[in-house]
Design a protein around this ligand. Structure first.
Ligand SMILES: Cc1cc2nc3c(=O)[nH]c(=O)nc-3n(C[C@H](O)[C@H](O)[C@H](O)COP(=O)(O)OP(=O)(O)OC[C@H]3O[C@@H](n4cnc5c(N)ncnc54)[C@H](O)[C@@H]3O)c2cc1C
Length: 427
């Protein structure tokens, strides 16, 4: 009987494995892949994390942990080069290697174990869950932590059209195939869309493809990254957000897109600067960038996609014929099918989403099943943020152990979220 079974080992459950490692708990973390691979489809050489290295697996919870990014650098002999590099932002490839370094050293992490079923058991050993994996193994635990991440979002009209479209999650494995084509279209408004566009633009002189970038957004907007806004990536903003009415939360998530979607400002400028350079050297590709544009339909004729498009501002319908199609259309939380056997033990909202409480528990008892990065609609835009992973895990560890093993900051911000108590009028 384990104290805790984690399902899925991405950065968030890996962080939990690191933070529970020194606590003497009996934990097990099951990962479907044969090895840790953090977004391999977007492992571009020059890409960096969009958060500082302190947003590693453990430091914001326990700066003394042996599983910190600095410990990894020291153990791999890279601490001085990192120090000299003087950048807060590790390379994406470096972060992936750091996660592998931790996962390979944690006895509680098991790879090649895709969870296919969960059953609840109530017997003389009390309430627990039996988890079955694709290899036929069964594991029993008192608590579950669901860290299966998010799945690529594919436009229904493109899925319906079939053909060889690519989601950004698979970009690098499909890149050579794309670059052999005469035309490539990228759909999306976020960091991945911009990174793929710049990557294909950079290498365009060696190839002969027309490049089109379509986004629904009114402009290629930069992610907001100013310090008072960053204070919203905090424990108290999450607590404040949870207490807001459901409709207000849904409205805020739509309005707060630039806080967690959008493109890093440097990348937007790098794209412009490369265009300028290619204009001068005259070796730029035929390229088109269009905003306010929605893909409303798609057809695949065996050679190319015919995309139906609508421009939101001019209210015009138009089209594009493209051989290659990259959907950088993001990711969405999906409730895994392996939960079918225990759905009755979980709180759901009217849209079939988990209802997580302040300790990230989603079961009716509020202490048996916890979620990672599936609670945006209740806890706010910080759900996928690596910078808040250690905080969430500190809260889950406290719920599991019944004590605050890792201090959880209650207030870090200069500003107040909501009406400050000292200004509240007596009702
Ligand atoms: C390209 C990219 C770059 C990003 N960069 C940043 C960044 O710089 N900063 C930031 O804050 N956020 C970033 N994010 C957002 C976010 O931090 C990441 O998506 C992060 O990987 C989410 O971690 P996770 O643990 O929730 O899920 P994932 O990393 O998606 O991991 C989930 C794991 O669960 C496994 N799994 C799924 N189903 C099962 C099953 N049935 N049984 C067993 N295992 C299963 C999967 O194989 C996977 O390994 C980025 C996202 C992307 C796509």
């Amino acid at each position: 009987m384990r104290d805790l079974i984690g399902i899925g080992v991405g950065p968030f459950n890996l962080g939990l494995a690191c933070l529970t490692d020194p606590l003497g708990l009996d934990t097990l973390f099951l990962e479907a892949r044969d090895e840790l691979a953090w977004h391999p489809g977007m492992m571009l050489d020059d890409a960096t994390l969009q958060v500082p290295f302190l947003a590693d697996l453990v430091t914001m919870a326990d700066p003394t942990s042996r599983w910190s990014f600095l410990s990894y650098l020291k153990e791999t002999g890279n601490l001085y080069p990192f120090y000299i590099r003087e950048s807060f932002y590790p390379l994406r490839r470096e972060y992936d290697d750091y996660c592998r370094w931790a996962a390979e050293r944690l006895p509680s992490v098991r790879f090649g174990q895709s969870v296919v079923g969960v059953e609840h058991v109530e017997d003389d050993r009390g309430s627990s869950y039996v988890v079955t994996t694709s290899t036929g193994e069964e594991h029993r635990g008192r608590r579950l932590v669901l860290g299966t991440g998010t799945q690529p979002r594919v436009l229904e009209c493109v899925r319906g059209a079939g053909g060889p479209f690519t989601h950004s999650a698979d970009y690098l494995s499909r890149k050579a195939e794309l670059q052999a084509l005469e035309s490539i279209a990228i759909v999306g408004s976020g960091q991945s869309a911009a990174e793929i566009y710049l990557d294909l633009l950079t290498e365009a002189p060696e190839h002969d493809y027309a490049l089109t970038w379509l986004t629904r957004s009114p402009r290629f907007f930069p992610m907001e990254y100013t310090k008072l806004t960053l204070e919203m990536t905090s424990p108290e903003y999450t607590a404040y957000f949870q207490d807001l009415p459901e409709l207000t939360r849904a409205r805020l998530l739509r309005e707060q897109r630039s806080l967690y979607k959008g493109i890093s400002g440097d990348l937007v400028d790098a794209i412009f600067d490369l265009h300028y350079q290619q204009r001068v050297t005259g070796d730029g590709p035929r390229t088109t960038l269009v905003t306010n544009t929605e893909v409303t339909g798609a057809a695949w004729d065996g050679t190319a996609y015919e995309l139906d498009l609508h421009h939101h501002e001019t209210d015009e319908d138009f089209g594009l014929r493209t051989q290659g199609l990259v959907l950088a259309t993001g990711y969405g939380a999906r409730v895994p099918a392996f939960l079918d056997g225990v759905r009755d033990r979980i709180r759901w909202d009217a849209d079939g989403r988990y209802v997580a409480d302040a300790s990230y528990a989603v079961d009716h008892a509020g202490q048996e099943i916890f979620v990672q990065n599936a609670e945006e609609h209740t806890h706010g835009f910080v759900a996928p943020d690596l910078g808040m992973g250690a905080y969430r895990n500190s809260v889950i560890v406290a719920a599991v152990t019944g004590r605050e093993v890792y201090p959880v900051e209650k207030r870090i911000a200069v500003q107040s979220f909501g009406v400050p108590d000292h200004l509240r009028r007596a009702r």
